[in-house]
Design a binder for this molecule. Structure first.
Ligand code: GLC
Length: 751
């Protein structure tokens, strides 16, 4: 992209129009910490799908042009821009945070046609070798020490430095190894961290985009896209938590979920008939392993037609829901976007009549193939289509369905990818698949969320596979079709931590692995590692070994029960973290670097995580291991299982036989806990326990009906608990508009 010499600037409210010889650039000051850089090389509008409403706040800005350089300062940031739109960003102390790389990209990939043909013939992915000319590009200088976090569900490790990624939502049934640059989600939000500074970058462009974090050249990192505008936000903040707060201020926080959704879920593709589901549900109750839902995968539908019911295999609609509802099971069913082509099927007929499905360039309804065979794709970018789709959930909610699982919404297509020119809409604006691909799942989740909210009045429980930045406002996510591989268990921590730092707090993996065959040991270690995964579901694929815990004998069942019960004990703590996260954007599951950002030992720590600030979990992630090294950061820690006090700032060796997942409680914390139940709602929670350490501490605890929006009208209780070192509890009711507990018990670890 050419800009030329900087000529002039003018201001309109919080917008600063900077004129270069070849191009106009607009800077918008959103808050003192958030500045948008906008190059309208595609359209003069932003058309953000991630950000709803105007987020700009009044703030003091000083701007000037001196010696050919435009300078803009807020209380927190200073931006200096010169010719060719070369930009530097400084913090209020004058520390240089981000700098455009002056030399441009230095590596040109030139490979002869002959070599390309050979590589392609042998099945190699050559797309990477062809990328020399991106339409949208910005290249930033890379120092020696920056680490990168965020980017949603990308494969690999916590720190993304030295890798390249793509944003193009992709259905990947093969093992998700590091050579996959794109998975199901596109969340172009990056946290750049050095010991002395942190900032964020959010590239708000839904076209196929590319992020290279020092792989091409260790001196720079770049963002590029096939089309659209260069439209990025610089996000300041004095800590990583503040940067995440600023990002979620823009794109929205994960809303408080219903309490039961944080319990345990079981699924398999496929439980092929009602009897399969009944049997699994009954086993959970018999074995006394808590469980909220046995989820309904695609087989419950009549020929995979959405919003239908297969009575032949799944009995009368609603019968099983009512029966299993008596023992606390809440139905959650899958809904895919691909709508079967079948004249006479109401969804198809209605959609065709109103023109709700995407069309090809000739105005014919576009057909590809998904589970039902020939299928058409609802054009979810249109409000009218979302309303129509949302309303159709009535069929399910009236039967008692409590949650909707949206899948195959990259969108998946079995006869090759949808051509880029398939016509979609963004609101009333006509556009195409190239722009809307990465937000297909986003808008489908929005349709589901809005539909459920309207129909039930409860906080919608939506699970989606594909999404874009901002989808966290509508849906939880899981990481798609992983496999029963130790490497995928290991990826759980970086993947969920990066999703969390990208706004998606309510995220989980398929416990045990979806594809391939799990082993007793792998499943056991997975339930241990996943015990604090915000979305907590065991799921497996047709053809893979059955994966319910009882398939593996009594020892596995006992350990499995121990950890699922542990999850239910910590439910009030997890729920409190969601309550806080709705306000501050922080996830439940956090990498250590988020709270120990000045400790370089945490920067690449892939095998441990924090739950909030107070619990450190170091699961065993290696086959055969019965001990592991645990890094405890600065501070005092207490072994959850033994009560041993350990001074942090060191590595320790912890024995971890098959039934032990090493866990540590931070000295000074107070953690609310419940007695485990078989399911949320089995009995009212009358007693709260406060787990604390001999250092005492403080915690603010939120309690409400766990289901609807009454808390937003004030129907909740907010407690401040202060526990002294001797265990004396002082309780302050900060807000008192919901029931209070009958009993509060202090449990001091190690005593
Ligand atoms: C996809 C989903 C998986 C589901 C299957 C059948 O592969 O990722 O979770 O079970 O489709 O619906």
């Amino acid at each position: 992209m050419e800009y030329g010499k900087l000529l002039s600037w003018k201001q309109e409210d919080n917008r600063f129009m900077i004129q270069f010889e070849e191009q106009q650039v607009i800077l918008s000051v959103i808050t003192p910490d958030i500045i948008n850089f906008f190059v309208p090389c595609w359209d003069k509008e932003h058309y953000s799908k991630a950000i709803e409403g105007d987020k700009s706040q009044p703030c003091t800005v000083e701007a000037s042009l001196e010696n050919g350089q435009f300078r803009l300062s807020t209380d927190k940031l200073t931006v200096i821009i010169g010719d060719e739109f070369m930009t530097d960003v400084y913090d209020a102390d004058g520390t240089l945070l981000l700098s455009d790389y002056r030399q441009g990209r230095t590596v040109k990939k030139t490979v002869s046609k002959q070599i390309l043909d050979i590589l392609q013939a042998e099945g190699h992915d050559i797309s990477n070798l062809l990328r020399n000319d991106y339409k949208v590009l910005t290249v930033k200088a890379l120092g020696k020490t920056e680490c990168f976090y965020g980017l949603g569900d990308k494969t690999g490790f916590l720190n993304k430095r030295n890798y390249e990624y793509e944003n193009w939502n992709s259905d990947i049934p093969q093992a998700h190894n590091e050579d996959y640059h794109a998975l199901y989600k596109s969340i172009p939000f990056l946290i750049c961290h050095r010991e002395e500074s942190t900032y964020g970058l959010f590239f708000d462009n839904t076209f196929h985009s590319y992020i290279d974090l020092g792989k091409e050249n260790p001196e720079y990192f770049y963002y590029a896209a096939d089309d659209g505008n260069l439209d990025y936000y610089f996000l300041g903040g004095s800590s990583m938590a503040e940067v995440i707060g600023n990002y979620t201020y823009l794109t929205g926080t994960t809303p408080l979920p219903q309490l039961w959704t944080l319990g345990y879920h079981q699924c398999r593709w496929g439980y092929e008939c009602a009897e399969d589901i009944r049997e699994v549900a009954t086993m959970y109750r018999q074995l006394q392993i808590p469980c909220e839902s046995v989820q309904y995968d695609i087989d419950y539908m009549d020929h995979f037609k959405v919003f239908t019911w297969n009575e032949e295999k799944y009995e009368k609609p609603g019968k099983l829901f009512a029966e299993l509802g008596e023992s606390g099971f809440k139905p959650v069913v899958i809904i895919d976007p691909g709508t079967k082509v079948e004249p006479g099927y109401s969804m198809y007929d209605e959609g065709m009549e109103h023109g709700y499905f995407a069309q090809d360039v000739n105005g014919e309804t576009y057909v590809n193939e998904v589970w039902p065979g020939d299928a058409v794709y609802p054009d979810f970018g249109r409000q009218e289509v979302r309303d129509w789709w949302g309303e159709h959930h009535r069929f399910l909610t009236e039967l008692g369905v409590r949650g909707i699982w949206n899948d195959m919404n990259e969108p998946a297509s079995f006869r090759g990818e949808l051509p880029k020119d398939v016509v979609f809409h963004d609101g009333e604006r006509t556009t195409n698949h190239a722009e809307m691909h990465n937000v297909y799942g986003h808008y489908m989740s929005k349709a589901t969320f809005d539909g459920l909210k309207k129909l039930t009045g409860k906080r919608p429980f939506v699970i989606t596979r594909a999404c874009y930045a901002g989808t966290q406002k509508y849906s939880s996510v899981w990481t798609g079709d992983n496999q029963s591989l130790w490497s995928h268990l290991q990826m759980l921590i970086p993947q969920l931590c990066n999703l969390g730092m990208s706004g998606f707090s309510l995220a989980g993996t398929d416990i045990g692995g979806f594809g391939a065959d799990t082993t007793p040991e792998l499943l056991t270690r997975w339930i241990e590692a996943a015990v604090f995964s915000p979305f907590f579901r065991n799921h497996s694929a047709k053809g893979a070994r059955r994966q319910e815990p009882w398939q593996f004998g009594d020892e596995v069942v006992d350990i499995y029960r121990k950890y699922v019960e542990l999850r239910y004990r910590f439910l009030p703590y997890i729920y409190d973290l969601f309550y806080q996260g709705e306000q501050n954007g922080l996830p439940v599951m956090r990498p250590l670097v988020l709270h120990y950002e000045n400790d370089p030992k945490t920067y690449n720590l892939n095998s441990e995580f924090l739950v909030g600030e107070n619990i450190l979990v170091a699961p065993v992630l290696e086959q055969g291991a019965t001990a592991r090294m645990v890094y405890l950061p600065e501070g005092t820690w207490y072994d959850y299982w033994t009560g041993e006090r350990i001074e942090g700032g060191c590595n320790i060796l912890r024995g971890a036989p098959i039934d032990v997942c090493p866990m540590y409680i931070r000295g000074g914390s107070v953690i609310p806990m419940y007695e485990p139940v078989q399911y949320v709602g089995e009995k009212p929670y009358r007693k709260l326990m406060l787990l604390t350490t001999p250092m005492g501490g403080e915690w603010v605890h939120f309690h409400d009906n766990g289901e609807d929006y009454a808390y937003r009208q004030g129907a909740y209780t907010l407690y401040r608990f202060t526990v002294d070192a001797d265990g004396t509890l002082t309780t302050t009711l900060m807000h008192d508009d919901y029931e209070t507990y009958d009993q509060i018990e202090v449990v001091m670890i190690g005593k």
